[in-house]
Design a binder for this molecule. Sequence first.
Ligand code: HSE
Length: 440
Amino acid sequence: MKSIKVGLLGIGTVGAGTFQVLQRNQEEIMRRAGRGIEIAMVADLDVARAKQITNGQCTVVNDAREVVNHPDIDIVIELIGGYGIAKELVLQAIANGKHVVTANKALLAVHGNEIFKAAQDKGVMVAFEAAVAGGIPIIKALREGLTANRIQWIAGIINGTTNFILSEMRDKGLDFATALKDAQRLGYAEADPTFDIEGMDAAHKATLMSAIAFGIPVQFNKAYVEGIQHLQAVDIRYAEQLGYRIKLLGITRRALVNGVEGIELRVHPTLIPTKRLIANVEGAMNAVLVQGDAVGATLYYGKGAGSEPTASAVIADLVDITRLATADPEHRVPHLAFQPNAINDIPVLAISEITTSYYLRIQVADLPGVLADITRILADATISIDAMLQKEPAEGETQTDIIMLTHQTQEKNIMAAIATIEALPTVVGTVTKIRLEALN
Ligand code: HSE
């Protein structure tokens, strides 16, 4: 059988990795796919560099439209990124009856419903393993391997840049700004790291996992997003003393609020017990913990970015599409794991409605009755204290920190209690609040 023809849009780090791995493992991949997979066209604005990488083995053009409109191309790999031209090209490729492989989490998290609908109508596949956690086959696991399960929750370290920064802050006692500079110097963080450190990248990935785990539409606009940019070294230290590590987690979970089902979808710094395996995922590595009702907890670990790890996911999608290209569209694995007519509208909950535990750092004047006032406010709000830490004031100081871990409560409940605590004359400034997940 003749090879399936692929057009690659963007031959940057991941594109070059895809080209190289496909060449290197050509025979092995062909034995798996049942036919050859050939990158026949590459589009890149830097034509000279693209020609150097491809070494005369395919056509190189600088206009991506030539690739998506070319009649010989069966699959388009979109590695341009962003929402602009990438969206236009993906929709054009679909309209032309081509299958699409993309690593573009931002595009799918924001415009996924439109893109998947267009693909469904046209009977083509849109595959996105590389969009979540790079080389870790988490989409495959959620969509196929765990298909027997009612998935209960997912918690993932799905941004390597922030995990690297948090590891550096903890290991070396650095503040956020210094750890970020180190990460940039070492190439772990982009020159403009906003998307990573403010949690947007992780939220895009959590949004996609939420859709395929629960059979709901892709709803990035409902995700709660809080990054690590305001995290202080002192809280990392106190968390360690209490047996916890702080990670930026993407969390999505089924919840019941007053007997009504909802979905939590949130990204924020989170205390997790140091003894959990996922708490020990350090540096730029990614990991995703999935809780299913039948299987229990499963953990997926690996490189979430980089040339060949991400290429590994892109090529896995190419092989899947190659195997299924001739199948009746109705008999393929659905884009979002659930049949399109079975997607339901369980609402994504506002952050005020979620339930979790909390770490509180309260700066207080070291006077009699201060602790009693705070515990009274928490008790009145039916918030139960799980652990507490108070250090003697430093030499010559009259203020100290009280650290409390609470049992689970609703976010709006803790926010009301924090407002009352902050109004106490003995409390200095604002209360630091970090969510805590036991992950058991
Ligand atoms: N910038 C991401 C990270 C990788 O730091 O994990 C691509 O999503």
